[in-house]
Ligand binder design. Structure first.
Ligand code: 5GP
Length: 244
């Protein structure tokens, strides 16, 4: 599979055509951004770690019957994925109050939610990804009702798969964001699943092991990502060349 012309890039990834029109290549960058790009940095090896972690999660989900865009890992920073017509609706799944939910509704961080919460945001950086509901989604023709039903069912199923999987590895899945797209008439899970898009807390200490460390200038961002990968791969840490 040959890497073709550059297609586009977002804050964390570059996308390239391949010689198969149904497939594109995703290259994970080391760039880190927060607060709609106001805070920026480069975190060495983040792209390598997120490529590995996303592949691991996508494979786990595929093994459990979820349709994802993941095809195969091509290099330490690159994965081959199905080309999607992206649905511009971010699906957020929450198990424990944190982040914008805590702020918006005045719920203290760490409050366990009695029921899993699903939220939807319009994927639009300029508008700061505003929260939207089904009425907006249908009025703006962002997705059809049957597509929303499929996305919601899949998001809850992903949560049901990931929560126990991570718990066994001493990680609490607090919340996460998913993106979906259309591919040959099917709704497929796309984007990435990584500490950039999920909140992971250590089950014993409660310590944050995700992008919140970057957002809050806590330091130790990459060490935390590496520790997540170490726990999930069950070995002695990632074989990221030349790094401790
Ligand atoms: P919150 O709404 O509390 O900021 O985010 C909820 C969850 O969704 C967090 O795990 C967060 O990382 C993820 N999330 C929501 N929107 C975005 C986004 O635009 N980019 C990334 N990387 N993650 C997001």
């Amino acid at each position: 599979m040959n890497k073709g012309e550059f297609l586009y890039e977002d804050k964390a990834k570059k996308i390239f055509y391949t010689d198969d029109p149904l497939l594109v290549l995703v290259e994970f960058k080391d760039d880190a951004t927060a607060f709609d790009g106001v805070k920026k940095d480069r975190l060495e090896d983040k792209g390598i770690l997120n490529n590995r972690l996303s592949a691991l999660f996508f494979k786990l989900l595929e093994d459990n019957g979820i349709k994802t865009h993941y095809q195969k890992t091509v290099s330490e920073r690159e994965m081959l994925v199905k080309a999607l017509d992206i649905i511009p609706v971010e699906v957020i799944v929450r198990n424990i109050a944190a982040g914008s939910l805590s702020k918006r509704l005045g719920i203290p961080e760490k409050t366990e939610l009695k029921k899993t919460v699903l939220e939807f945001s319009l994927k639009d950086d300029e508008l700061h990804d505003p929260m939207i509901n089904h009425y907006h989604i249908y009025a703006l023709e962002l997705a059809r009702p049957e597509e929303m039903a499929e996305m919601e069912k899949t998001a809850l199923r992903v949560n049901d798969i990931l929560v126990p999987y991570l718990k066994e590895r001493n990680i609490i899945l607090v919340d996460f964001k998913l993106e979906f797209g259309r591919h040959q008439g099917e709704i497929v899970l796309g984007d990435e699943i990584s500490p950039d898009t999920c909140r992971f807390w250590d089950s014993s200490s409660g310590e944050k092991m995700d992008k919140d460390r970057f957002r809050a200038d806590m330091g130790g961002v990459i060490d935390a990502y590496r520790e997540v990968l170490r726990r999930l791969e069950g070995g002695e840490g990632p074989a990221v060349e030349g790094k401790s």
